[in-house]
Write a protein that binds this ligand. Structure first.
Ligand SMILES: Cc1cc2nc3c(=O)[nH]c(=O)nc-3n(C[C@H](O)[C@H](O)[C@H](O)COP(=O)(O)OP(=O)(O)OC[C@H]3O[C@@H](n4cnc5c(N)ncnc54)[C@H](O)[C@@H]3O)c2cc1C
Ligand code: SF4
Ligand code: SF4
Length: 1015
């Protein structure tokens, strides 16, 4: 048997790094995120399994990657664990023997679609939800789909095996799979089809890495659904039997038991900035609720009779609609857990009612059950018992899962899947296939590198499960006495109670992972929302530390709210990270991203983030418009910092349109201040509050009722965030906010006849998060405006409206520009995919990001503002600010780079003579001794972390003039910035130094000692 590999040797690290470059992660802390699947295990089981951190994580982007990895691993006898969506709960992605996790999610392309033959060839990491969307574009649809479709992959379903929606018509998922290409442990590639394919099904990554799958698909057709309630499981069973007998051509039958329906009604509402979003959520009857789905053209006339004859009652259409709209959000009720004890079983339909009856009799905790009917006469029952993994009784309550399994077995059923935990049940799961699978594994994997222990289980765990099965009645007594184990949450360490509760509620399903820009911009689990929740649990359990690196991870969120829209539990995720920003930066005084401190200083001094002069803020206003700006008016146009100082085209376009449409407005002119959002996301809430108070008071003086913005972030502040803060601070706030597109769409009849210049270009539209998904879902007004331009050829991007991908600005630009360039590139590639010449947007920050990203990635795409495009078409000469944008970015990019610990260390080394001279005399004398007394340098090392924080406040003011010169040398600056730096830099450094020093000192100490010794 292969040995455990907790770490790779140095030689192995070098070799594999050469093979995979930036696509391998050897970082110990990052690897920790890959040690589990979606199941929450009781501490006792965790102990038995032991440390499961892998030694490395490798991203598999091509079949060649898989070949390279497996040859390497086989050569060195290192275990390999394939990992896709990690949405399974049978331990298949847990590296129980360490080794290498092979992340196959980058294998996510469609290779070919054959509409006539109704087949599609996909790479194995293709996520079901995306596949279905792509198929729909080609008039096709999948035949069966797991209810984890937003995160699970085609390869994952083949390897794990299961049933899902559509299984009533098309059977188990694998029955719609024709062929699979697999890289075997030796690196050899083999295709499995026909009866051979059966050797692969459900083998959980123990045969090799599946790279490609040929799927049978069907013609797309809209589906209809009927939901019905049933007084008992036998009434539901009778209905399904009626349906089967009468051959009513349904596609899918799924259902909930009364406990689940009850919990679904009680599940917390979806919130957006604290407001309930799903106000019209229908209430389910507390009974068995089943949803029957079928293609619209089918004759299902017998369905009503089949339901009613068995005692069922058809439910209002709104319930059927809600149940199908939410079909992938099956675990929503976990918010009430916060943890779940799962038991997944397969039983014959004829025994379904008896199974429910016995579960009801024997299990004293409420068992929430969801079911799917398969065409082979079996039913999958996914049972959950609410509990808390933080309760000691979680261990004993877990035994009830074995009790449910036993009930299934006594009724002719079995465990749904085998795997690490139920290896002892593999005979009943695999049946006759088991012998063939085991002999294949022996043949192709003599070293046993592929996912060891997954199908064998772990000695002690197997014994425990076998004993638990034998002594099931005893375990059941203990389990039944374990109660629900609800644990209330309180503020703990730096984690506020509400954030901790969400962390434990998170089902780790992964719906939020693949489309979080911070995840796909960086590629590692720690950056995803799922990863952040995992971190919080680990931190609270004392297995992680919350240092600056982790603070940066919480800060590193663009606030795009993609996660909120995808979360199957409807959790307010982005809001939780915002809460953490306040907690960590505002309250605990951890460091924000350094450039934010310069911005904060500039904001306090000049009210803008661009280190420019406030007197120049309104210089962009065309003179004819300035003459028309009212002193007081109902409407005020609010330009924001970037449009005022950098991308004047945005502001000029906006006022030109408003003016042409006959909208009269006032402006704060040079009294306007930044909306404050950068300070909100920086965690500098003290500065945010000051700015907000200033803006609100100035607007009131102008008699304004409605603020019109061009910038979506400004809109979000005025529309949603300011009112909330005003309430909190007791400020009267009677202002409303509109984006100009909302105002102008009502004046299109006035504007349209004024268009003079056609725009003969293909233009793709980018929805900005803060106006769309994360703001007011304002999608159509900007489209209407853009489409009104004569000659324009409008294109939608693949990810549009509420699914639109974030541009990647501003936080990524500030935190790590290369990540922002990558994110911008991804969106620009979408633009190229639809063959557009221009990507249009209405957000100055998005346009800024696209302009910079286009330059960085050498892409010939123009990024243009909606208002500027409309304004030009109305006949105005609106200058293109692309070059100025690129110019303005240079000092920021250089400053961001300078503030990295390594570069700050270089700067300090350059200033060493001045720093030495600025030290108190006795210290200077001591430094000199270092040179002459042997061993003094070694003594200095531990002294530095103590000494430097005390010294810096004394030294910094004295070296500041030289420091400014050194900064200027490194950062080419426009005059206004250079002139202000002496004011801004010291303030920023005062705030940064306490947190920056611990990062700099380890780098600086050896260089300082070296300096002293050589001078
Ligand atoms: C909310 C929710 C709903 C669910 N609904 C269903 C459902 O309706 N039906 C159902 O059957 N399951 C369901 N599941 C369980 C889970 O989603 C499925 O088992 C799914 O198929 C796992 O796919 P994955 O991509 O996440 O694979 P992973 O969890 O990453 O992996 C599963 C196993 O497959 C192996 N594997 C993955 N990719 C490869 C590859 N390319 N080559 C070799 N081995 C590989 C892994 O090693 C592992 O052993 C649900 C889970 C959740 C969280
Ligand atoms: S808000 Fe956007 S960037 Fe932030 S965690 Fe959610 S998906 Fe990721
Ligand atoms: S945050 Fe939501 S979507 Fe993401 S893993 Fe948790 S439950 Fe799933």
């Amino acid at each position: 048997m292969i040995s455990r590999v907790p770490e790779l040797s140095e030689i192995q690290k070098k070799e594999i790094s050469e093979l995979f470059g930036e696509y391998i992660n050897l970082d110990k802390r990052e690897r920790h995120y890959y040690n589990h699947d979606m199941g929450a295990l009781p501490p006792l089981v965790k102990k038995v399994i032991g440390n499961t951190d892998p030694a490395a994580v490798v991203k598999i982007r091509t079949e060649e990657d898989a070949v390279k990895l497996l040859k390497f691993a086989n050569n060195h006898k290192i275990p390999v664990v394939p990992r896709a969506g990690a949405s399974s709960g049978y331990g298949g992605v847990i590296p129980t023997k360490g080794g290498i996790v092979a992340d196959v999610t980058p294998l996510n392309k469609i290779i070919s679609i054959n509409p006539e033959g109704q087949t599609v060839v996909v790479q194995s990491g293709m996520i079901w939800e995306r596949l279905e969307r792509k198929l729909k574009e080609n008039g096709l649809s999948v035949r069966a789909i797991p209810s984890s479709a937003p995160s699970s992959t085609v390869g994952g379903w083949l390897a794990q095996s299961g049933a899902g929606y559509g299984s009533y018509e098309f059977g188990w998922g694998y029955e719609s799979m024709e062929k699979a290409r697999v890289v075997l442990p030796t690196g050899e590639i083999r295709e499995f089809s026909g009866t051979e394919l059966k050797k692969l099904i459900g083998t959980m990554g123990t045969i090799g890495i599946v790279t490609e799958i040929t799927l049978k698909v069907q013609k797309f057709e809209e589906r209809k659904a009927v939901s019905a309630s049933f007084p008992s499981a036998s009434s539901l069973k009778k209905t399904v039997e009626n349906i089967r007998r009468k051959n009513i051509p349904l596609w899918s039958i799924s259902f909930l038991n009364p406990e689940w329906a009850d919990m679904k009604n009680k599940a917390p509402r979806k919130l957006h900035y604290g407001e309930v979003v799903d106000k019209n959520r229908p209430v389910l009857p507390v009974s068995y609720v089943s949803t029957f789905m079928y293609p619209a053209s089918r004759d299902v006339s017998g369905l009503k009779e089949a339901i009613e004859n068995a005692g069922g009652k058809i439910l209002p259409e709104e319930i059927a609609k809600y149940e199908t709209d939410e079909w992938f959000k099956s675990m929503k009720v976990k918010r009430l857990g916060p943890s779940f004890i799962p038991a997944e079983i397969l039983v014959p339909l004829e025994k379904m009612d008896k199974t429910f009856e016995e579960i009801g009799k024997k299990i004293k905790l409420p068992v929430l059950t969801e079911g799917m009917v398969i065409n082979d006469g079996y039913v999958v029952l996914l049972c959950f018992m609410r509990h808390s993994e933080r309760s000691l009784l979680f261990n004993t309550a877990f035994a009830l899962s074995l009790s449910i399994l036993k009930i299934a077995e006594e009724n002719g059923g079995r465990a749904y899947s085998s795997g690490l935990f139920f290896a002892s049940k593999k005979k009943s799961v695999f049946g006759e296939r088991l012998a063939e699978i085991e002999s294949l594994r022996k043949e192709i994997d003599p070293n046993g590198i592929m996912n060891p222990e997954t199908l064998e289980g772990k000695g002690l765990l197997n014994t425990a499960v076998s004993m638990g099965s034998s002594f099931e009645p005893l375990g059941r007594i203990a389990g039944n006495m374990s109660g629900i184990g609800k644990v209330s949450f309180k503020d703990e360490k730096e984690i506020p109670a509400e954030v901790a509760e969400l962390a434990y509620s998170c089902s780790q399903c992964g719906y939020c992972v693949s489309e979080c820009d911070q995840y796909y911009g960086r590629g590692w689990e720690s950056q995803s929302p799922r990863g952040k929740w995992f971190f919080i649990k680990e931190y609270l359990a004392g297995r992680e530390k919350l240092d600056q690196r982790q603070t940066n991870t919480f800060l590193g969120c663009t606030t795009c709210q993609m996660c909120d829209s995808r979360c199957e539990l409807d959790m307010p995720i982005e809001h939780a990270w915002m809460t953490m920003r306040g907690k960590l930066v505002e309250e605990k005084k951890k460091m924000t991203f350094p450039p934010f401190e310069i911005m904060a200083a500039s904001l306090i001094k000049e009210r803008n983030i661009w280190a420019n002069y406030r007197k120049d803020r309104d210089k962009w206003i065309p003179e004819d418009i300035r003459a028309k700006i009212k002193d007081k008016a109902e409407y005020a146009y609010f330009a924001g910092c970037t449009a005022s100082f950098v991308e004047n085209d945005v502001a000029i376009g906006a006022v030109r349109m408003l003016d042409d449409a006959g909208v009269e407005f006032t402006s704060l002119l040079d009294k306007e201040a930044c909306c404050g959002i950068p300070m909100l996301v920086a965690g500098r809430w003290d500065v945010f509050e000051k700015i907000m108070r200033m803006n609100v008071s100035n607007m009131k003086k102008k008699g304004v009722k409605t603020i019109i913005t061009s910038c979506p972030a400004c809109w979000l502040m005025w529309h949603t965030v300011y009112p909330q803060w005003a309430k909190k601070l007791g400020i009267e706030y009677e202002l409303e906010a509109k984006h100009y597109s909302e105002v102008l769409v009502d004046h299109l009849d006035v504007l349209k006849p004024k268009f003079k210049q056609p725009l003969d270009k293909v233009v793709a539209w980018h929805d900005s998060c803060h106006l769309g998904r994360a703001g007011g879902e304002i999608y159509e007004p900007p489209r209407e405006l853009l489409k009104a331009i004569p000659g324009i050829k409008f294109r939608e991007l693949e990810y549009n409206r509420e699914r639109a991908h974030c541009c990647g600005s501003v936080v990524s630009l500030i935190a790590e520009p290369p990540v922002a360039y990558k994110l911008g590139d991804i969106r620009l590639q979408e633009t190229l995919d639809v063959k557009a010449d221009i990507i249009a947007a209405l957000c100055p920050c998005c346009i800024f990001q696209f302009r910079v990203a286009a330059q960085e990635n050498n892409l010939n795409i123009q990024a243009q503002d909606l208002g500027a495009l409309v304004g030009r078409s109305l006949g105005y000469n609106i200058p293109d600010s692309t070059s100025y944008t690129l110019e303005s970015w240079v000092p920021f990019e250089k400053m961001i780079s300078l503030m990295q610990p390594e570069n700050m260390t270089d700067l300090m080394v350059e200033l060493m003579p001045q720093m030495m001279a600025a030290m108190p005399a006795p210290l200077q004398a001591m430094m000199k001794i270092v040179k002459y007394v042997p061993g003094m340098d070694a003594m200095m090392k531990p002294m530095m972390p103590v000494m430097m924080p005390r010294l810096m406040p004394l030294v910094m003011p004295k070296v500041m003039p030289d420091m400014l010169k050194a900064v200027e040398k490194r950062v080419p600056m426009p005059d206004y910035m250079r002139e202000q730096l002496p004011d801004l830099m010291p303030k920023a450094m005062d705030n940064l130094m306490p947190n920056m020093l611990p990062e700099i000192i380890p780098l600086l100490t050896p260089r300082m000692i070296e300096y002293i010794k050589t001078h």
